[in-house]
Ligand binder design. Sequence first.
Ligand code: PGA
Length: 252
Amino acid sequence: MGKKPIVAGNWKMNKHPEEGSSFVDEMQDLLLDIKHVSVIFAPPFTGLFEMNVDPPFYVAAQNCHWENSGAFTGEISVSMIKDCGAKYVIIGHSERRHIFQESDDWINKKLRSVQSSGLSPIFCVGETIEQRESEQTDKVLRSQLEKGLSGINSIEDCVIAYEPVWAIGTGLTANNKQIELAHQTIRDILSSNYKDVEDIHILYGGSVNSSNAEDLIQVTGVDGFLIGGASLDLKSFSSIARTVEMVQEKKI
Ligand code: PGA
């Protein structure tokens, strides 16, 4: 049987609210019959409130602040995100880590805040090309997971996304063996601190598109995708969700 796979679209700084909400409406119409996949849309903050979804469709924020309220100009708290009807928050995306210098300590605070509000984090980890080439991948994954999850007792509600930095937005995907090994490494690291790690979703992200989705979803340990570029296009995103649905249906 296995878990219900997740297909999540991270729109980054794209799509104005009306554009986003009509995209979501059309996508739900196109995929009215899907049963075996959960689909998540992550619009910019301005679009969060406009998304009108019903399960198996959900909304995610792309970031949050860890405090509930206060003098934090430009920030949005998890309770504000929750008010908009979102169920997930992406934490530690590589663009947050690298462009905005987000530290593991901040990521940890954000993860705790998301958890304590009852929302689910989509916690991103992944190595740079230099780290992969110098055989640091396992070490980097361990460090990001252990620091990010420090003091967190349960990860039942956590989704992990393995996103090699060099595969994000580059058109390069990690090969099947690299993905399988990284997902296994993540599961092994988590298993030393947590129970029932088999039940956790580990998504792959990095240049997933409608042509490679069928192959990638069948890699051992891949429980779905976190998709950037291809999630902006209705045809590509719906076709990826459909492909994952079809592969999952065959398994059942
Ligand atoms: P991409 O982005 O699909 O455009 O490579 C993935 C991501 O940033 O999550």
